[in-house]
Design a protein around this ligand. Structure first.
Ligand code: ADP
Length: 461
């Protein structure tokens, strides 16, 4: 028998938190989840007297990240929660009175650090017991709030539009990195536009170079472009960037830097010319030189890499000279360009990814290969954790990105007995692994880098 005090609620409901100054936030009612959670950013622990407190920001409205509420609360406990992406994270638990419809009662909430949740809030089982039953086919049974009402509730936080006009030049709108960059730009008050590389075209035969977009719109009033060019799009993507630069648009990474970083042989030559330490590396075109090249890099075990490799797919470990010779000759017979490299055994399947923005390492993670594998790429089953890098590693990461003139770079470093060695520099490094592992808002750093370059300040607008 159902208790008469138990109410039926929909699968989505509006709620509010008076003590956190949140007048309205939409919650997904999720009896599948035990704990309730709220998405927060800039989560920082601090001491208030002898108590442990946490400060955080809530963006209560999904599509308007410029609305941001600064909150504080004592920490009740910490809890390890597996996020929807499968990454375990430690979350702070706080207590706060929630109001749904006419009822207010206290619940426990974990502070979720951005894990791609579609809802800003999840109301879990614990908060529903003896109170609600869910009717999954209904919404807002406890009261609806119109867009106008939301606007007036938050009007004191909505700033006039005065930002930059920034284009994100990429291929897939739904990729984590692209979604994050769009939201970080909007959160800082900029006008963000997504442009699919394949739908951009150029006019080259006029005195005024132009880039046009699907349907003929001329893209001539953008302040900046964030290029996120996948390897298969390098040629066309870089041509577009050249055109944007010619029309006076600032590009966060230029066409030259991107194409140089994509050419592993060229960038390796640049690194050795600039005294950057890399694993001993050889390159040859003709099969006649295979044996000498193997001895040149110190013999097996050694690593053979396809120059066009990505995500570790074209990277092979040859345990013996004989195996190395066969693999090298097989690749050569396919006309593939390859690098042959000493195997850094002592790295034990680990490497570092340093995320550099404007000459600063803003985050770093250590990736570890799965059992029986030497490649630490996440796509190869590797795992990642936050890491503190040494001053020497930091200098190496910064120098490598500077040599390629990259404002944004993912610098991969391997720890060897000789010290840190540079593996490669990526000009469109992904944000998902590093943001979820470190909890850092790297997309925000990238937007700030544009603001600094353009000497943008809200006061001037
Ligand atoms: P990709 O660009 O395809 O990711 P990498 O050169 O970064 O290729 O190599 C993939 C992974 O293989 C690296 O992340 C690292 O873990 C491992 N690896 C690469 N080169 C070496 C090496 N010389 N010695 C030991 N491990 C290596």
């Amino acid at each position: 028998m159902i208790d008469s005090k138990i109410l039926v609620i929909g699968c989505e409901e509006w709620c509010s938190f008076k003590t956190l100054n949140i007048p309205a936030i939409k919650a997904r009612i999720d009896s599948g989840a035990k704990t309730s959670s709220i998405q927060a950013v800039n989560i920082k622990r601090f001491k208030k007297g002898r108590e442990d407190w946490v400060s955080f920001e809530i963006n209560p409205i999904k599509d308007n990240l410029s609305i941001s509420i600064q909150c504080q609360s004592p920490i009740l406990s910490t809890r390890t929660v597996k996020s929807s992406t499968g990454v375990s994270e430690k979350r702070y638990v706080i207590k706060a009175p929630i109001t749904i419809g006419d009822f207010t009662y206290e619940i426990e909430l974990t502070l979720a650090n951005r894990d791609g949740m579609d809802f800003k809030m999840l109301l879990g089982r614990e908060a529903m017991i003896n109170r609600y039953l869910v009717n999954p086919s209904k919404q807002y049974l406890m009261g609806e709030i119109s867009e106008n009402e939301i606007e007036s509730m938050y009007s004191y936080l909505i700033h006039a539009k005065s930002g930059l006009k920034i284009g994100l030049l990429a291929s897939d709108k739904n990729l984590y990195s692209n979604k994050r960059l769009m939201e970080a730009g909007r959160a800082r008050g900029h006008e963000m536009h997504f442009y699919n590389i394949q739908q951009c075209y150029m006019s080259l035969d006029t005195n005024t170079p132009e880039v046009r977009y699907r349907g003929g719109k001329v893209l001539d009033d953008l302040d900046a472009i964030i290029p996120r060019i996948r390897p298969s799009m390098t040629f066309y993507g870089c041509a577009l960037l050249r055109q944007f630069i010619a029309t006076g648009t600032y590009c966060l990474n230029s066409d030259t830097s991107i194409s140089e970083s994509r050419d592993k042989l060229f960038s390796t030559q640049l690194f050795s010319a600039n005294n950057i330490h890399i694993p001993i590396t050889g390159f040859a075109k003709s099969p006649l030189d295979t044996k000498d090249m193997i001895s040149m890099v110190g013999g097996a075990p050694l690593v053979i890499k396809l120059l066009q490799s990505a995500q570790g797919k074209g990277v092979v470990l040859a345990e013996t000279d004989k195996a190395a010779e066969s693999v090298i000759n097989a690749f050569k017979s396919l006309q593939a360009n390859i690098l042959v490299q000493e195997f850094v055994k002592e790295a034990a399947g680990k490497d570092l990814r340093c995320f550099v923005v404007n000459g600063k390492v803003v985050a770093a993670i250590e990736r570890t290969a799965s059992k029986g594998e030497f490649r630490s790429n996440i796509h190869m089953g590797g795992s990642a954790k936050k890491v503190k890098i040494t001053a020497e590693e930091r200098r190496l990461a910064i120098k490598a990105s500077r040599i390629l003139n990259l404002a944004v770079a993912g610098v991969d470093i391997i720890r060897s007995n000789k010290g840190p060695l540079l593996l490669e520099v990526n000009s469109s490094p992904g944000l998902e692994g590093i943001e979820t592992t470190t909890g850092k808002d790297i997309a925000n750093e990238m937007i700030i880098a544009i603001e600094k370059k353009l000497k943008y300040s809200k006061e001037y607008k």
